[in-house]
Design a binder for this molecule. Sequence first.
Ligand code: HEC
Length: 245
Amino acid sequence: MKMNFRIISSIAIAAVTTLLFGSCSADPDSAGFEYMPDMYRSPAIEPYVDYGELRGRENKEVKLVQSAMTPPANTIPYYGTNQEEVSLMLPYKRKATEAFEKTHGMFGAEFSDEDEYALAAADANALKLTEENSESILKNGKRLFNSKCAHCHGEKGDGNGPMVESGVYAGVPDYANLKELSDGQMFYSIYYGKGAMGAHSSIINKKEIWTIVHYIRQIQDENYGTADAEIMSDTEVSDSTTIEQ
Ligand code: HEC
């Protein structure tokens, strides 16, 4: 009985040792033998990264190469059949300023010879405030602003966010001095960037930008968006079909 136990345990030790060493590989990038490869690597086609491996067969050419195609220019996200939502997501009609190509990462963007920033002054906020939606839009705008903008602009919009207070960054305006700035130009600057502010078009979508523009207006005027605010009658539009981007 004792003898049997010894034999069995030596065989077991030998087997475990063989398995352990056998799973090593000379390739420093290799994880070694994978006992359950389907758990580490999905056998299904992955949209964003191709492991270039299917059940042990490796294809070095596609390994770690993005497999998802870049959508064609001017592709818009699917927004169902709600015309208002779809209009908000149509490609922005204002082109980037050529000087932004290198400074604001607008490589491959379409440029125009005209002063698009000046033209943008004519664009009204495409997201109309109504008595029903103003509370939720402004609340959403606050959330977006505090997470994407307040580190520079400050939660009060006075240009003294933590980035500025820390001394590493300067030149952020106080919104109180930008009351004359049009909604359309605000949108343009947020979308493409301006001066030391980067472009935000890849971080927030057009609806979110218009939402934040409403919130900036509220920072500038605490009555903005309330039923008795004068500005509400300016922006209120009953017919949603007039919305254009
Ligand atoms: C890295 C710091 C930084 C961040 C982040 C930032 N801004 Fe700015 N912003 C600036 C600076 C600097 C200016 C002044 C640009 C100029 O006039 O040269 C500015 C200017 C502006 C202006 C005035 C534009 C004009 O046309 O005069 C608006 C509006 C604005 N920012 C909104 C936003 C919003 C909304 C966000 C978040 C989505 C944001 N900013 C994020 C630094 C920042």
